[in-house]
Design a protein around this ligand. Structure first.
Ligand SMILES: C[C@H](O)CC(=O)SCCNC(=O)CCNC(=O)[C@H](O)C(C)(C)COP(=O)(O)OP(=O)(O)OC[C@H]1O[C@@H](n2cnc3c(N)ncnc32)[C@H](O)[C@@H]1OP(=O)(O)O
Length: 722
C-alpha cells in the first residue's frame, strides 16, 4: 500500500505547487520521496511551469524521514534506502540542480529530512511559529539528505553544530535572523509569497542561491578546525559511549576540507551505516515507546473525552508539592496551595518563586511572565476554596493515617466530580482511600523530584479507579509536558518497585567486598548519570532507610537487610544535604571519595555475618553493571507478570525518564533483551547459589529463558491485573 505522496498543481502564474501529503506530520516515506522526484521531473518538463513551490499539507511542511521505516529496515522487513541516490540524485541533482527555481513554503515544522529538502530549495519562506531543526542525532543517525553540508553553509558552522549536536530546533524569527529562512509571513500569505518569490528569482529580481555551494557563512579553515576540535571534545564529554556525534563532526569536516560533494558522499555512506547500529535501534525504540505510553488498552480506547480541568489544588508545599505547583502554573493552570500554617505556606510559596526565578535567570522566562505565572497560585490554610476544584493532588509526608484523614476531609470539601490524587511514592492507594467511599476517583499522580523538571508522571490506578479519571489525568499530564505512564497499584508502583533492587544489590555487594566507588564508576561508565551510592547521598539516608523498610515488609523474600545506611545515619552521615554520606561534599556540593566509610562497611559486613568474596575483587565493570541491573530486570519481569505495567516499553520509558537509564540502550527491558533471557537467568541462578535468594529468578524470567522468548513480548492478558 502506498504510504504518502506528493501532489502537483500548476497555476496560471506558471508556478507548480508540490505538496507533501502524508499525515499526521508529512513524514518522508520512500513513496513520498519518489513521488516528489516524479512531480519535480514533471514540473521541469512542462512548458507552462516557470518555477516551483514546495510545501506540506495541513500546516506542516514535514517531520522528516519516516521513522517507522527505520524500524522496518532494522527488522529486515524492507531493504535499506539508497541514501546516496536520495541525497545526491533526488535532493541535490533534481531539486537543487534544477533549471527552474524552487522556493520552500514552510509552516508548522520542517525537521530532519523535511528541513533538508527546504534547504535544497533556492529560498525559504516561513511563518513565525515554525519549528526548524535537524534532530537526527536523537535517533542515533546523522542528517542523511545533505543537512550536514547545507546547514553550516546557511547559518555558519558554530550555529549548525549547536543545532545538530544538541538536536536543537529554532523558531521562525531566529531562523530569519540567521539566514536560514528568507522571509517571515502570516500563514495565509505563505504560499502566495513563495510563488511570488519563485517568479522573482526567474525574473532575476531575487538571487538564485544553491545552499550547497555557498561559502560566505563558513568560517575560514583554521578557525573551522578549532571549532570542530572543541565540538569533538564536548561530544565526548557529554556521552563518551556514543559514536554517531563524532561521525557527524567528521562528515561536516569532510565537506569543509574536501568540498560539499565529497561531504555529501561521506554523509550518505555514514547515514546508511549508522541506520543499523545498536544505538539507532535503541533510540528509535525509545521514540515510539514514548509515544505509546499514552495508549492504554482498556482506557484510552473507550472513546472517552477528557473533562476540562479549570482549577487544581495541591496539599503540602514541601519539595514535591511546590515542584508540582510550579509544573502546573507554568502551563497556566490556576492552583490553590494548602498548608497547615502560615510559616509552611510561606516556605512553599518561596520554593515556587525560587523555581520560577531559576528559569528567569537562565533566560527561559521573562520578568513579566514570572509575575503572571506566580499570580496563578493562591495560598490557603483551610478547605474553603476547594468547592470548585477539579483535581486535588495530595503531597504531604508519607504517613498513612495522615493521608487517610486528608482523603476523608477531601471527600467532604471537594465537589463530587473532583479527582482525588495522591503523590505518594510507595503507599498502597487502597489504604489511603480506605476511609472514603470515593474509590472510583482516587488515583496516584506520582511525580519525580524535582517535579517541575523531571519529565515522568506515573499515573497509578487501583482496580476501582474509573477510566475517565485516568483519561483526565493523562490530558493534564500532556498539557504540563510530562510523559505519563499508567500503572497498577502495589508497593512502590512500577518505577520505584522496579528499581529498588538497584541500590539493594549494590549494598549487598559492598558487604561482600566490592568497592563503593568502583560500583558507582562502573554505572556511570555504562551511562547512568550517577551511580547507586551517589544516588543514595542525593535522596538522603533517611528516605533510603524508610523505603528500604517498606520493601522489606512487602517483599521479605527478596529484600537485602543491609545495616550500612542505618550505621552511617547514626553518625549523622545522612547524604549530600549533610555534606557527608558515601561521599564528602564541599561548599559547592562537589563530591569526593571518603576513606572513612571503610569503618562503617566493615561493621556492616560483620553484622550481616558475611565475608569478603575474593572473586569480587577481580571482576570487570561489565560484570558489576550486570550485578546491579539484572536484579532490576528480574523485578521488572514481576511487575510485567502481575500487570502492574501494561507493556514492557512503558518500563523502558520509566527507566529512562525516572531513573536516568541511558536512552541509547533503549530502556531496561530493551537492554535486557539484548543480553537474552537465558543469559540473565543463568547469571541470576549463579548468584542465587553464591549470595542467596535476593537474586532468585522469577517465574516469568524462567519461562522466557526456557522458551527462548523475548522479555518484552506481551503478557497473556488473562494474567494482567489492569
Ligand atoms: C535522512 C534524514 O536526515 C533522517 C531524518 O529525517 S530522521 C527524522 C527526523 N525527524 C524527527 O526526528 C522528528 C520526530 N518527530 C517529532 O519530533 C515529533 O513527532 C513532532 C515534533 C514532529 C510532532 O510532535 P507532536 O505534535 O507532539 O506529535 P507526536 O505525538 O510526537 O507525533 C504524532 C505522530 O506522528 C508520528 N511521527 C512523528 N514524526 C514522525 C516521523 N518523522 N516519521 C514517522 N512518524 C512520525 C508519531 O509517531 C506519532 O504517531 P502516533 O500518533 O501514531 O503515535
Amino acid at each position: 500500500m502506498e504510504k504518502g505522496r506528493t501532489t502537483i498543481e500548476v497555476g496560471a502564474d506558471g508556478v507548480a505547487v508540490i505538496t507533501i501529503v502524508n499525515p499526521p506530520v508529512n513524514s518522508l516515506s520512500i513513496d513520498v520521496l519518489y513521488s516528489l522526484k516524479d512531480n519535480y521531473e514533471q514540473a521541469l518538463k512542462r512548458n507552462d511551469v516557470k518555477a516551483i513551490v514546495v510545501t506540506g499539507s495541513r500546516g506542516k511542511f514535514s517531520g522528516g524521514f519516516d521513522i517507522s521505516a527505520f524500524s522496518a529496515i532494522q527488522g529486515g522487513k524492507i531493504g535499506q534506502p539508497n541514501a546516496d541516490f536520495i541525497s545526491i540524485e533526488i535532493v541535490t541533482n533534481t531539486l537543487e540542480g534544477a533549471k527552474k527555481p524552487s522556493v520552500a513554503a514552510i509552516d508548522g515544522l520542517a525537521l530532519g529530512g523535511g528541513l533538508e529538502i527546504a534547504m535544497a530549495c533556492h529560498a525559504r519562506i516561513s511563518t513565525s511559529n515554525v519549528q526548524l531543526g535537524l534532530p537526527e542525532l536523537q535517533l542515533g543517525v546523522i542528517p542523511g539528505f545533505g543537512g550536514t553540508q547545507r546547514l553550516p553553509r546557511l547559518v555558519g558552522l558554530t550555529k549548525a553544530l549547536e543545532m545538530i549536536l544538541l538536536s536543537k530546533s529554532i523558531k521562525g524569527e531566529e531562523a530569519h535572523s540567521l539566514g536560514l529562512v528568507d522571509a517571515i509571513v502570516p500563514p495565509d500569505q505563505l504560499v502566495i509569497t513563495a510563488r511570488r518569490w519563485a517568479l522573482d528569482i526567474v525574473e532575476f529580481k531575487r538571487p538564485w542561491i544553491r545552499s550547497l555551494f555557498k561559502t560566505d557563512k563558513l568560517e575560514p579553515l583554521g578557525e573551522a578546525r578549532e571549532i570542530l576540535k572543541f565540538a569533538r571534545a564536548q561530544a565526548q564529554k557529554q556521552a563518551a559511549n556514543l559514536q554517531h556525534p563524532l561521525v557527524c563532526i567528521d562528515v561536516i569536516e569532510e565537506g569543509i576540507v574536501s568540498g560539499p560533494l565529497a561531504g555529501l558522499r561521506k554523509e550518505a555512506s555514514s547515514f546508511q551505516h549508522l541506520l543499523t547500529s545498536d544505538t539507532c535501534k535503541s533510540l528509535v525504540h525509545v521514540f515510539f515507546a514514548q509515544r505509546a505510553t499514552s495508549k492504554v488498552p482498556g482506557i484510552t480506547d473507550l472513546g472517552l473525552t477528557p473533562r476540562k480541568t479549570k482549577k487544581v489544588a495541591i496539599l503540602g508545599g514541601g519539595l514535591m508539592g511546590s515542584g508540582i505547583v510550579t509544573a502546573l502554573i507554568m502551563s497556566n493552570y490556576p492552583v490553590i496551595l494548602k498548608e497547615v500554617n502560615e510559616d509552611f505556606l510561606k516556605a512553599g510559596i518561596d520554593r515556587i518563586k525560587a523555581n520560577l526565578q531559576s528559569r528567569v535567570k537562565k533566560g527561559k522566562m521573562s520578568d513579566e511572565k514570572f509575575e503572571k505565572t506566580l499570580s496563578l497560585v493562591k495560598g490557603v490554610l483551610d478547605y474553603d476554596s476547594f468547592r470548585d476544584v477539579d483535581i486535588v493532588i495530595e503531597a504531604v509526608i508519607e504517613n498513612i493515617s495522615l493521608k487517610q484523614q486528608i482523603f476523608s476531609d477531601l471527600e467532604k470539601y471537594c465537589p463530587p466530580h473532583c479527582i482525588l490524587a495522591s503523590n505518594t511514592s510507595t503507599i498502597d492507594l487502597n489504604l489511603i482511600g480506605e476511609k472514603t467511599s470515593s474509590q472510583d476517583r482516587i488515583v496516584g499522580a506520582h511525580f519525580f523530584s524535582p517535579a517541575h523538571v523531571m519529565p515522568l508522571l506515573e499515573i497509578v490506578r487501583t482496580n476501582k479507579t474509573s477510566p475517565q479519571v485516568v483519561v483526565d489525568l493523562l490530558d493534564v499530564g500532556k498539557k504540563i509536558r510530562k510523559t505519563p505512564i499508567v500503572v497498577g497499584n502495589c508497593t512502590g508502583f512500577a518505577v520505584n518497585r522496579t528499581f529498588f533492587p538497584y541500590t539493594q544489590s549494590a549494598l549487598l555487594f559492598v558487604d561482600r567486598g566490592l568497592d563503593v566507588y568502583k560500583i558507582d564508576r562502573a554505572c556511570t561508565k555504562f551511562g547512568m548519570p550517577i551511580g547507586p551510592f551517589r544516588m543514595i547521598d542525593l535522596v538522603g539516608f533517611g528516605v533510603g532507610v524508610a523505603t528500604g523498610m517498606q520493601y522489606l515488609q512487602s517483599f521479605p523474600d527478596r529484600s537485602y537487610k543491609s545495616v550500612l545506611l542505618s550505621l552511617m545515619l547514626e553518625d549523622k552521615r545522612s547524604g549530600e544535604a549533610a555534606r557527608k554520606g558515601f561521599y564528602k561534599y564541599d561548599n559547592r556540593r562537589k563530591a569526593t571519595v571518603d576513606p572513612e566509610i571503610k569503618t562503617y562497611i566493615e561493621k556492616s559486613r560483620k553484622m550481616a555475618g558475611v565475608t569478603v568474596d575474593p572473586e569480587l575483587l577481580k571482576i570487570s565493570d561489565k560484570e558489576i553493571v550486570e550485578m546491579v541491573f539484572l536484579p532490576v530486570v528480574n523485578e521488572a519481569c514481576r511487575v510485567l507478570d502481575e500487570g502492574i505495567a501494561v507493556k514492557a516499553s512503558d518500563l523502558d520509558i520509566a527507566s529512562i525518564m525516572g531513573m536516568g537509564f541511558p536512552p541509547y540502550r533503549g530502556g531496561i527491558i530493551f537492554w535486557a533483551d539484548t543480553l537474552g533471557a537465558s543469559y540473565i537467568h543463568k547469571r541470576l541462578e549463579e548468584w542465587t547459589k553464591r549470595y542467596g535468594d535476593f537474586f532468585k529468578p522469577c517465574s516469568y524470567l524462567a519461562e522466557r529463558a526456557a522458551k527462548g522468548s523475548l522479555l518484552s513480548a506481551s503478557v497473556e492478558r488473562g494474567k494482567a491485573r489492569l
